[in-house]
Design a protein around this ligand. Sequence first.
Ligand code: PEP
Ligand code: MN
Length: 337
Amino acid sequence: MVVVMVPGVDESQIEEVSSRLRLMGLTVHRTDARGRVTLGAVGDLGSLDVEDVRHLPGVQDVVRISVPYKLVSRTFQPDSTVVTVGKAAIGGNQVAIMAGPCAVESEEQVDTVAAAVARAGASILRGGAYKPRTSPYTFQGLGEEGLKILRRCADRHGLAVISEVMDTQHVPILERWVDVLQVGARNMQNFVLLRELGRVRKPVLLKRGFSATIEEWLMSAEYVLAGGNREVMLCERGIRTFETALRNTLDLSCVPVIHQLSHLPVVVDPSHAVGVRDKVPPMACAAVAAGADGLLIEVHPHPETALSDGAQSLYVPQFEELVVRLRGVAKAVDRTL
Ligand code: PEP
Ligand code: MN
C-alpha cells in the first residue's frame, strides 16, 4: 500500500502516520520526491481497512499495490530510479556502458582492456573474480587478488568497477573493492544472498535467471529493496527457450515491460545472451533502441586465449566500432551515450 501525504505536510504528521502503520504490523519505506512524501507500507494487509489510513491527518490518498512486488513497482515510486556509479547515472538519459573481460586473468590483461574501453566511452569496468562455472574443473577466478587488479586498473583509467558476488561470505570483500555488486543468473533466487545485499550500501546489478519470469525476477529485486538497499539495476542476459541456434534467447521485450512495471533501471548483457561475438553488436544496438539504460559487454584483448567466454568476447577494435554505432542508435531514440 502506498500512502501519499499532502504536499508540505508536517514532519510530526508523517511520523504519526508511520507509527500507526508500524502498529498495524507493516514495514514503512519513506520516499521524498518532487516535494511530496510517500510512505510505502508493506506486509500482511489482510485484515486492514484502507479507509482507516485514508482518514488519518496529513494523508491525501492511499493506493493498494495489486502486484506481489511492492517497493519495486511503479505504483510505489512513479519516478525512475537513477543509480549513480562513478561518472555514470544509470536510469537517466545517458546509456551507460559496462565493459571488460568475462574473468580477471592478469593485471596486464585487465589493464589493456580498461585503457581501451575507457578511451572508447565505457564508464564501468567489468570482470569476474569469483566465477560461477558449470564445470568444477575449469578456471574458477582469482578471488580477492582479482578484485584488487580490477580496482587498480579501473582507478588508473577513471572507471568504476562491477564484479560478481556468489556467496554471502564474500560480500564484505566485494564491498571493499568494487562499486557495483553483480548477482549472476545462477544466483537470482539465492534469497539468503539477496537479503544480505539488502544491507549493503552499494548498488546491486541483479541478472535475470535463465528460467525466470519477469515477475520472479522482480520479486528477487524486492528482497534487496525490502532489506533497505534501493539501488538495484536489473540485467537481462538471455533466457532458455526451445531455440538452440544461440547460447540463449535475448528477451528484449522485457525492457519496455519492466520500464512500465518498475522504476528500476534495466541493463542488457548481449554477450551472455548470444554467446558468439558477431551477434553481440546487433543485439547491443537493438537493446539501446528498445530503451536499455545500460549495456554489459565482454571484451578481451586476445579472446582466442581467454580462460572463459572467449567465443562471445569482442576484440578491442570491434568494441570501439560498436560504441560509435551505439552513439548513433542512442541519438535516434533521444538518448545520449
Ligand atoms: C558474468 O557476467 O560473468 C556471468 C557469469 O553472467 P551470467 O550470470 O549472466 O551467466
Ligand atoms: Mn562471461
